[in-house]
Design a protein around this ligand. Sequence first.
Ligand code: HEC
Length: 181
Amino acid sequence: MRICTRFLCLFAFISTAWLSPSAFSSGFPTDFAVDPSVVNLTLEPKVVVNSGKLEWVPFSRDLTPWVSLSYADKRPAAKPRQVKLVEPLQGDPVRGRALAMARDKGYCIVCHQLPGEQWAGTVGALLLSFKKHKYPDELVFQQIFDSRVFNPISVMPPYGTFGILNEQEIRDLVAYLQSLD
Ligand code: HEC
């Protein structure tokens, strides 16, 4: 697997010097986009078109249980977890694609390029034509479950270990990537 140390994580709460102080919850690092008065605690930035400004709106999922990349976040992270994929894969590539695009699920396109997404991120490797690598399913499964097994300083979220995605969802993502010609 390719190693990349560049830094960016949209799952982490983005450093937000411009957030109004009232949006911060006590008990969380001060650069967290958290508002205790919204249902899922978590805020996300929304571009206010042609204003040069961002508006902070409630996000559809509570992201606070997971350790972020904020230097102020001193909570201990779950240790990297090595997993064994029990074959057959039985993943659904259509569901996998939806998970890769969904902002409150995989949101892989925030870092990776995938077919059909114009504004993909460039932090992670290109995942276009992924099939050509001929990676074994279990390697791809591990990368998504917990990439820190391959790269201890990976910025890719450990989706399985953190419980962001369940095992079937990771199987679906593997099936999707392995289907990309
Ligand atoms: C915050 C950015 C980020 C997100 C989000 C992210 N990745 Fe990654 N991904 C990386 C980086 C960086 C690498 C390079 C290796 C490493 O550091 O682990 C990588 C590597 C990979 C690789 C190995 C590619 C290769 O050819 O070596 C796969 C497969 C992968 N990611 C799949 C996914 C999937 C599927 C998702 C969504 C469920 C996802 N990634 C979400 C940053 C991200």
